[in-house]
Design a protein around this ligand. Structure first.
Ligand SMILES: Cc1ncc(COP(=O)(O)O)c(C=O)c1O
Length: 448
C-alpha cells in the first residue's frame, strides 16, 4: 500500500495551491504573486511559443514519481489531491543496476551528510575540494586505465565544458561529430567559436574516413562519438574509429555515459570490453546512471586533465559535488567494479525479457545493448500507450518522440534491470500485448 511518505515533499512544494504537481502548474513570482501582467514582450513570446509547442504535441509534462528504496523499481506516483499516491513499476530508469537504492551506497551518503553536512559550500578552488573528490577522480581514472580524472557536476556539463574548452584551445580545430551525438556534446561543440564542425553519418566509418581525408592534413582534429547510443541502443566501433584517428592524426573523445558500469569486466564501458580504452584519448562518463549517484567526469592523460582543470569554465566556476554524492559514487564505483554478477544479472533480465516478448509476439528492436525499444511509429499513439500503461496498469515506460528520434520511429524505451521480477515482466508483457492490440491492430496482425 502506498504510504503517506510523500507528505514530506508535499509540504515543501513551491507550486501554487490550486494546481497539481504535474508540470502543468501555473508559475508565480516570489511570494506567490502572479506576474503574468508584466509588460515585457518576452511574456507574450513565451505564451505564443508554448501554444505552438502544444500544437505540435511537444509540450512537456512530468510524472512525479518517488522511488521506494526498499521496493525499487517500484515508485509512488504523486497524484492531484485528493487522490492518494499509487504504486508504479518503472521500466525506463537509467539507474540501470539499481545502485541508487543499494543499502551500502545510501548508507555512505547518509554517513557523509552526518559527518560533513549537505552542500560542498564552494567551488573546487574555494574550500570545495573534499579529500573524497580526489579519491573518486583517482578511482575513475583507474577504472578506465587512464592517468587522471576530473569530476563535473553532471555528465551534461562534462561534455559541454570539455569539448568547448578543447575546441577553443588551439586555432583551427576541426571536430568530426557523429550525427547522433547527445545534446550535451553538441552544446560543447557549438559553443566552441572558431572551430569547424563536420558531422559524419551515424556509426559510418566510411563516411568518417572520407571526411577526415578531405580535411587539411595539418589542422588539429578531434573525433567525438558515443559507445552506446541510448535511444537506438546501437554500439559504435571503437577500435575502428581509433584506427582512423591514428591514420589521420585525430584526438578521440568518447562518451560512455550509457555504458559505464555495464560493459567490460569491471564496468569500464565498451572501450574496456573491446580492449580499446588505451586508444581513446578522452573517455567521458556519468555517475548518475549505472552508478546511481550524480555527476559526470572525464578521464585522460595528465596533461589533458590538468589543462581542463585549469581552463574549463564549467568545471572552475561552480560549486563542487556535495560530499554525500561523492561518498555514494565512491562506494558504488567500487561495488560495480568488483561485482560482475550485477552485470550478469542485468543481461539475464534483458535476455529473458526479449524471449518473453518474442513468445508474446510483441515486436521490439533487437539491439546489441541492454536497451529494448518497442517500436510504435506514431507520436500520438506512443504517448497514449505510455499514458494508458501508467493509468490502467501502474507501469511507467517512457515514450520517445520527435525530436529525440525521427518522425515515424517513435518508440517506448524499456530498460530491464536486475530487480525486475518475472512477475513484473509478465504484467508488462500482458499490458503491452493488450494495448498494442487496441492501439495498433495492424502491426499486431503482422507480428502474429
Ligand atoms: C549520451 C549522453 N551523454 C551525456 C548525458 C548527460 O549525462 P547526465 O545525465 O549525467 O547529465 C546523457 C544523459 O542522458 C546522455 O544520454
Amino acid at each position: 500500500m502506498p504510504s503517506d511518505r510523500l507528505s514530506l515533499c508535499r509540504g515543501h512544494t513551491s507550486m501554487t495551491k490550486d494546481a497539481p504537481a504535474t508540470g502543468r502548474q501555473k508559475y508565480t513570482g516570489a511570494g506567490g504573486v502572479n506576474i503574468r501582467n508584466a509588460r515585457h514582450p518576452f511574456y507574450d513570446f513565451c505564451e505564443e511559443a508554448l501554444s505552438d509547442i502544444r500544437a505540435q504535441g511537444r509540450y512537456r509534462t512530468f510524472t512525479p514519481l518517488a522511488r521506494d528504496v526498499e521496493r525499487f523499481p517500484v515508485y509512488e506516483e504523486e497524484r492531484p489531491l485528493p487522490l492518494p499516491p499509487r504504486d508504479v513499476v518503472v521500466w525506463s530508469t537509467n539507474d540501470y543496476l539499481g545502485m541508487g537504492a543499494e543499502d551500502e551506497v545510501c548508507e555512505a551518503a547518509i554517513a557523509a551528510i552526518r559527518e560533513f553536512g549537505t552542500g560542498a559550500g564552494g567551488t573546487r578552488n574555494i574550500a570545495g575540494t573534499h579529500p573524497m573528490h580526489a579519491r573518486l577522480e583517482s578511482a575513475l581514472a583507474e577504472l578506465h586505465g587512464k592517468e587522471a580524472g576530473l569530476l563535473f557536476n553532471s555528465g551534461y556539463m562534462s561534455n559541454l565544458a570539455s569539448l568547448q574548452t578543447i575546441l577553443t584551445s588551439m586555432p583551427g580545430w576541426i571536430c568530426f561529430s557523429d550525427q547522433k551525438n547527445h545534446a550535451s556534446m553538441i552544446a560543447g561543440i557549438k559553443g566552441a567559436r572558431g572551430a569547424t564542425t563536420v558531422i559524419y553519418k551515424h556509426n559510418d566509418l566510411e563516411d568518417l574516413e572520407a571526411k577526415l581525408a578531405a580535411a587539411p592534413a595539418d589542422a588539429p582534429k578531434l573525433i567525438a562519438f558515443e559507445s552506446v547510443y541510448s535511444m537506438d541502443g546501437d554500439i559504435s566501433d571503437i577500435p575502428g574509429t581509433c584506427a582512423l584517428a591514428r591514420k589521420y592524426d585525430a584526438l578521440t573523445y568518447l562518451d560512455e555515459v550509457h555504458a559505464v558500469g555495464l560493459y567490460g569486466e569491471q564496468g569500464g564501458g565498451v572501450s574496456q570490453r573491446d580492449k580499446a580504452a588505451a586508444d581513446v584519448d578522452i573517455i567521458e562518463g556519468t555517475l548518475a546512471k549505472s552508478f546511481g549517484a550524480h555527476g559526470g567526469y572525464i578521464v585522460a592523460n595528465h596533461q589533458i586533465v590538468d589543462y581542463l582543470r585549469s581552463c574549463a569554465s564549467g568545471f572552475i566556476f561552480t560549486t563542487s559535488l556535495p560530499p554525500s554524492i561523492v561518498a555514494a559514487a565512491l562506494t558504488s564505483v567500487r561495488l560495480v567494479r568488483e561485482q560482475n554478477w550485477r552485470r550478469e544479472a542485468l543481461f539475464e533480465r534483458v535476455d529473458t525479457f526479449r524471449n518473453r516478448l518474442r513468445s508474446a509476439n510483441i515486436p521490439f528492436i533487437m539491439t546489441p545493448s541492454h536497451i529494448v525499444p518497442i517500436p510504435i511509429g506514431n507520436a500520438e499513439i506512443c504517448s497514449r500507450i505510455s499514458k494508458r500503461l501508467l493509468n490502467e496498469f501502474g507501469i511507467y515506460a517512457t515514450p520517445i518522440n520527435y525530436p529525440t528520434v525521427e518522425r515515424g520511429s517513435e518508440r517506448l524505451r524499456i530498460t530491464p534491470g536486475p530487480r525486475h521480477t518475472d512477475e513484473m515482466m509478465g504484467q508488462l508483457i500482458d499490458a503491452l500485448g493488450q494495448l498494442l492490440r487496441e492501439e495498433l491492430p495492424h502491426t499486431q496482425e503482422k507480428a502474429a
